[in-house]
Write a protein that binds this ligand. Structure first.
Ligand SMILES: *[C@@H]1O[C@H](CO)[C@@H](O)[C@H](O)[C@H]1NC(C)=O
Ligand SMILES: *[C@@H]1O[C@H](CO)[C@@H](O)[C@H](O)[C@H]1NC(C)=O
Ligand SMILES: *[C@@H]1O[C@H](CO)[C@@H](O)[C@H](O)[C@H]1NC(C)=O
Ligand SMILES: *[C@@H]1O[C@H](CO)[C@@H](O)[C@H](O)[C@H]1NC(C)=O
Length: 450
């Protein structure tokens, strides 16, 4: 109280200033630890106060945040990209290991290191970008992992990254996203990507392969052309299906002896239409609901391939025979299919069927299939893939040896067919590959074809 009175007094001109030296006053004030602390706090307080205002102002006016949730197609590409750009700068890594399978079906571990949860910084095009990766904590862990299980690699929005930078315009972000997805898209466009259903997930089956031209698979007569026409028509007539209320899906059954190019032709078709392939073995899903999820959670432009469909379900009579056999002579159990036949039919009919779904089924033994499975609506187009006809041998011979006379080709065909044994296209191809340098040698050793 006294102090303040004196201060007021000292500011009025009438008083002699020297009677109470200001220096001494300041010294005295500063000597008092309580006052000093108060001043410091006030200074700091107002600094933080203004700093907060400044930050808010700055954030509102100059910072742009891009929020990408994990159901966005680019989410993983962005995370990968950030990771590549900033290996040094992101300290808090999280690990994503997957059991993958190579083309021979051998398992191997693939590790990916991502920016973990928390905040990271990285530098891109003259700008620092703050990355905050967060997880939705409202979903409990068990629910999350179950959803993950059924939804395969795609999970629902339960995780997101916020990218914040100074003055990031939509154009800047677009550029960033284009950059981030460039490699992935290039890979996808270049190759044929094949996924396989394993342990409840769809996952890449090896790297995207080289696209396969349609001409590389030799089929009899106009079969290739007919199949191609049917699929093209289907793909182009979505309006018709929607207008007429017909479920927009189509099933193809390719049957015939082994080595006749059924699967190869499907790969060639996928390459031609720019589709990817999802391959499912019916022995894989552990229950009907899993199969249902597997078939109905299909992205656009994807062929579903059910290979060797007879292996899981032979017709019902066969089933009975097998059961009796089993009880008589205790045969070792084959890898058993864990889904039910009605579960399979339901999944194919799919109430929640994805738009424009195309399913291919292949079998070496059509006669073993239950008629309910190949009824129209489930199978709309059947094609028989045969062993080599003369015409097919001719086509393949000419594809291997470009500039040969017709006489040589005709002689080759006649000799091959005089063996009087069926030749599968796979056998012929293997044989011609062996003698690819010399058509004359191919003719000479023709009896080794089989
Ligand atoms: C690193 O990640 C953990 C786990 O999510 C998180 O709690 C922590 O805050 C992060 N640390 C940094 C520095 O971001
Ligand atoms: C990130 O974005 C989400 C969604 O807009 C928001 O809820 C969250 O608070 C943001 N996190 C940060 C650190 O900005
Ligand atoms: C095939 O013949 C054409 C001309 O008839 C020639 O230009 C070409 O080089 C030949 N190709 C091969 C593989 O011998
Ligand atoms: C097709 O050819 C293979 C290989 O020679 C043979 O084992 C099979 O019995 C043939 N099938 C038919 C239906 O001709």
């Amino acid at each position: 109280m006294v102090l303040s009175k004196d201060l007021i007094a000292s500011s009025s001109k009438t008083l002699v200033i020297h009677s109470f030296p200001v220096k001494g006053l300041v010294k005295q004030i500063l000597a008092n630890p309580v006052v000093l602390g108060g001043i410091t706090l006030a200074a700091l307080g107002s600094f933080w106060y203004f700093w907060d205002i400044l930050k808010d102002f700055f954030r509102q006016n100059y910072l742009r945040t891009l929020v990408i949730s994990s159901d966005n197609i680019a989410f993983h590409w962005v995370i990968d990209h950030i990771n590549k750009q900033s290996r040094r700068q992101t300290q808090n890594l999280s690990l994503d290991s997957k059991l993958k399978y190579d083309q021979q079906g051998n398992g191997y571990l693939r590790n990916r290191f991502h920016p973990g949860y928390g905040t990271h910084y990285f530098y891109y095009k003259d700008r620092w970008i703050t990355v905050t990766r967060e997880k939705d904590k409202s979903l409990s862990q068990s629910i999350t992992s179950n959803i993950n299980r059924y939804w395969g690699s795609k999970s629902r929005a339960q995780e997101w990254v916020n990218l914040t930078t100074y003055g990031g315009s939509p154009n800047f972000w677009d550029e960033f996203l284009q950059d981030a997805s460039k490699d992935e898209i290039k890979q996808k466009n270049k190759g044929l990507s094949i996924e396989r259903f394993r342990d409840g997930y769809w996952e890449e089956f090896g790297k995207p392969r080289r696209k396969r031209p349609l001409e590389s698979v030799i089929l009899d007569g106009s079969m290739a052309k007919n199949i191609l026409k049917d699929i093209t028509e289907f793909i182009e007539s979505s309006d018709w299906y929607i207008e007429n209320g017909v479920p927009y899906r189509r099933g193809y059954l390719f049957y015939g002896p082994p080595g006749t190019g059924k699967t190869s032709f499907i790969a060639a078709l996928a390459s031609h239409f720019g589709y990817s392939i999802r391959m499912l073995s019916l022995n894989e899903p552990s229950k009907d609901t899993e199969l249902n999820f597997a078939l109905n959670d299909t992205p656009k432009k994807t062929f579903i391939l059910l290979e060797d469909i007879d292996a899981a379900f032979s017709s019902r009579e066969d089933d009975k025979d097998k059961d009796e056999e089993k009880s008589d002579s205790k045969k070792p159990e084959e890898p058993k299919c864990k889904i039910s036949f009605s579960g399979l039919l339901n999944a194919i009919d799919g109430v929640a069927s994805a738009e424009g779904r195309i399913i291919f089924m292949t079998t070496n033994y059509k006669e073993r299939l239950d008629s309910a499975l190949i009824r129209p609506g489930r199978v709309d187009f059947e094609a028989y893939f045969d062993n080599c006809t003369k015409e097919m041998v001719e086509k393949m011979f000419q594809r291997f040896y470009k500039n040969q006379t017709d006489d040589l080709c005709r002689e080759f065909i006649n000799t091959a067919f005089s063996l009087d044994k069926p030749i599968s296209p796979a056998q012929l191809q293997r044989y011609l590959t062996k003698h690819k340098q010399s058509p004359l040698q191919a003719l000479e050793h023709v009896s080794e074809i089989i």
